[in-house]
Design a protein around this ligand. Sequence first.
Ligand SMILES: [Mn+2]
Length: 366
Amino acid sequence: MKRFDGKTVIKRLRPDERKRILVISDIHGHLPYFEGILQKAGFRSDDILVIDGDFLEKGRHNLATLRRVMALAAGGNTHVICGNCDGWHLIFDMTPEEDDQMLAYIKYRGRGLLWEMCLENGIDPQGLEHFTPVKGLLRERYADEWSFLRSLPHAIETDKFIFAHAGMDPGLSLEENSVEVLEHTDALMEKGFSFDKWLIVGHWPVMLYGSDIVSANPVIDREHRIISIDGGCVLKDDGQLNCLVIPDANSEDFSFEAYDCFPVRKVKTPQKGVGRSYYIRWGDSTVQVLERGEEFSLCRHVRTGYTMRILTKYLFSDGEFTDCNDCTDYVLPLEAGDEVSVVESTSEGWFVKHKGISGWYYGELE
Ligand SMILES: [Mn+2]
C-alpha cells in the first residue's frame, strides 16, 4: 500500500480567540474512552476540538468511533488529522496481490475497521480467500466514510500551533515535510528538535520516554516547544486517553484531563517510595526467566541485567528467554487518603496509577 507517497495536505485555521482548544490523539477505536474524556474535559459546542490522528485501529469500536468523529467534524468545530492508522481509503490504490496481503493482516489482527465493515455486511473475514471482491462491495457501502478519510489533512496550522500526528522536520517548511515524517516519526522527543510554533503530537506513547518511572500524562517541553500527548490508550494495560486543554488560541497556559476505566480506591496506609526502579518496555523487553512462579516470576532484563519480579501472565512465552508486557517495579510514594486507580490486584499488592504514574502499592486500600 502506498501509504506515505501522497502529497502533504495542510489545513490552516484561525481559531476564535475566545474559544478553548481541546486536543485528543490516539483514540485507536476505543469509543468508551473517547466519550469518557470528552465528558471529563467538559467538551461543549463552543470549544474547538482537534483530533490529532490515529482515532482508528487496534481497539474494538472502529466503525462507531469513525462515525462519531465524522458527526463531530460535520458540526464544524472539530478538526481531524490523518494518523498512520487512519488512511484506510488507500486500500483502493492497492493491487489484487496487495489485497491478499491485507486480508492476511486483517485475519491476523481479528479486529479493525475493515474487519468491522465485513461483519456489518454479514461477511466473516476469516472465511475469505481473496479480498478484492469484498473491497468493491465496501467501496460502495461506505462511500461517505472513504470520502471523509480521504479529506483529512496531515497537519493543521494556526498562528501559534502546529498539530501533526507524529512529528515534523524543523529544517523544512510544513508543506515540504513528507506524509511519512508527519504521520510516522517515532520517538520525536528524542531527536533534539526545537520548533518556532508549538508542535503538538501523539503517536508515540509517552510512557516510552520514561526509563525508571512510568507516566501516561502529556509531556510538555517548553524549551523545544513540543507537546506529546499519547497516553497509551488501547496499547498499554495501564494506558489512558489524554486531552490537552489550551485555554485559547494565544495561550501557553496548558493543562490536561485524563480518562481511564480503572476502579478508583483510597490509600489507607502511607507508603514510602523506594529509590531504585526500572521500566521494561516495548521494543526492549527481552528477559531471562530465572525462577518461574505461578503468579510472579523472577526475571533478568537481558540488555541491562536488571532483575525484577514480573507478573507471570505478562511473559509472552514459556521459554527461558521471552519478551514481556511493559512492566515496572517502581514503588509509589503515597499518603493516606490518596486516590489510586487499580490496574492489577495481586496476592502481594496492588499495581496502581496515581496522577498518571504507575507503580506498586503494598499497603491497604479503603
Ligand atoms: Mn500513530
